[in-house]
Design a protein around this ligand. Structure first.
Ligand SMILES: Nc1ncnc2c1ncn2[C@@H]1O[C@H](COP(=O)(O)OP(=O)(O)OP(=O)(O)O)[C@@H](O)[C@H]1O
Ligand SMILES: [Mg+2]
Length: 431
């Protein structure tokens, strides 16, 4: 479903314009027990989507008027992410130009242009010629310095440069609920009242180059264009992932205590999900085409405990089934950053080679499944506790094991973990 939703955004952008506005994204709720990978999907999605992506926890929000974050802040945050994203891309385009300018400025600092010497009385005739020679020498020196700079041979040198320092003392502006906008505006205002002062600093050449580069970049960049592009991208391709949605679903029977405020949050969410305009410091953002993906374990409350309007605004429901042994085997080995690889790389830093036999992995997976069945089902997180326990001694002794190869066999896994798994009491505490 997530894949389809993502692809549909791209499809929508190809259809005729008059239809395009009418095609609203189908928001998704992912339902599944803890540790089945709901948040993991969001994390992967963020990397793949290449569009402004924000992950928030529903439990963080409070109803407007209470202390805490208001739901509109997620659109403001999304816009910030969009701005950063577009700005980075623009920086990429402008970088080589800015690098040249920064280099020039640094050379100016390293080789101050000497004022033409006063002609000495008996040299008047040769002065013109002398001047030309001097310019040529200066140019050659500059070229030489440029080469040295690029080869990093000036890296140990100090230079004195002017840097901008903000005149505002670092004070956290106190921001009551829902007034982050004001907070931001206050900070902007202050920086307008006290424009940045410059300060002379002695720094090493590479740092100076970096500072100058940043200055040149911010001079070259067209802020209005960035804002416009970011707005477009956020409105058309933005994705908000609302995790822990079940935490704001109060059971309908108990209409007291925190439930009231939970419903309030849901109510505040409605217009944003349906499509409304949220004011940010970069301008108004329309939320009509932002994709919302929500997730929750929903084992205490059910999706039907959400207010009906919210339910209706998430037409797609995806259920993630509990993970089995086979899933665990795949989770342990297939991802590029799989747990097994993580441990191997960590121990490699100590000179220890860690090898896992295939059937040892299967043994780990089946132990994980067993503990999940006997105790609490915590999904793939169980693999973390089991792996940690299994490799505890090796991890501890590794600094004294340089050059050693450790082979994890199924017997080893059984020997180290059987007893703990067998005893319910032990596994409850240890795994
Ligand atoms: N299908 C999967 N593939 C790879 N890794 C997974 C998978 N499912 C879970 N994991 C791993 O398990 C751990 C927990 O997963 P995740 O945080 O996504 O759980 P969750 O479903 O969000 O649970 P909760 O409801 O408690 O928030 C993560 O470290 C993740 O890397
Ligand atoms: Mg989660």
């Amino acid at each position: 479903m997530v894949a389809i939703a993502l692809r549909n955004r791209w499809r929508r952008r190809q259809v005729p314009e008059d239809l395009r506005d009418e095609i609203a994204p189908k928001n998704i709720i992912m339902i599944g027990p803890t540790g089945v990978g709901k948040t993991e999907i969001a994390r992967r999605l963020a990397k793949l989507a290449q569009s402004p992506f924000l992950k928030v926890e529903a439990s963080k929000f409070t109803e407007v008027g209470y202390v805490g974050r208001d739901v509109e802040s997620m659109i403001r945050d999304l816009m910030e992410i969009g701005i950063t994203m577009v700005r980075e891309e623009e920086y990429g385009i402008l970088r080589s130009k800015a690098e040249e300018l920064a280099e020039d400025r640094l050379l100016d600092i390293l080789l101050p242009v000497r004022s033409t010497r006063k002609p000495r009385r008996n040299q008047v005739v040769v002065q013109q010629h002398d001047n030309n020679v001097e310019i040529e020498v200066a140019q050659r020196t500059r070229e030489k310095f440029k080469k040295m700079l690029r080869n990093g041979r000036l890296n140990d040198r100090d230079v004195e440069i002017e840097t901008q320092v903000s005149a505002i003392p670092v004070v956290e502006v106190f921001s009551p609920a829902g007034m982050e906008e004001m907070d931001i505006n206050l900070k902007d205002m202050f920086s307008n009242i006290f424009p940045g002062k410059t300060k002379r600093r002695r720094v090493k050449v590479p740092e100076a180059l970096e500072i100058l580069l940043q200055e040149e970049l911010s001079k070259l960049i067209d802020t209005d264009k960035v804002t416009k592009m970011a707005k477009e991208r956020v409105e058309q391709t933005g994705i908000v992932f609302i995790d822990e949605l079940d935490k704001i679903a109060g059971s309908r029977s108990s209409q007291h205590g925190p439930d009231v405020s939970r419903e309030g949050v849901q109510r505040d969410l409605l217009p944003i999900i349906e499509g409304s305009t949220v004011n940010t410091k970069h301008g108004a953002i329309k939320t009509d085409h932002i994709l919302f993906v929500a997730a929750g374990a929903f084992h205490v409350s059910k999706p039907s405990d959400l207010i009906p309007e919210i339910q209706g605004r998430f037409p797609l429901r995806a259920e993630l089934s509990p993970l089995t042994k086979d899933d665990f085997v795949r989770i342990l080995t297939e991802p590029r950053n799989a747990l097994v690889i993580q441990y191997q790389e960590l121990l490699k830093t100590e000179g220890v080679t860690l090898e896992f036999q295939d059937d040892a992995i299967v043994e780990i997976a089946s132990l994980a499944e067993e503990v999940n069945e006997r105790a609490e089902n915590i999904g793939a997180r169980r693999l973390h506790t089991i792996m940690e326990k299994l490799l505890e001694d090796i991890s501890f002794d590794a600094p004294d094991m340089d050059g050693v190869t450790v082979r994890i066999t199924p017997e080893m896994v059984r020997e180290r973990l059987r007893e703990i798994v067998k005893s319910d009491d032990l596994s409850r505490y240890i795994l």
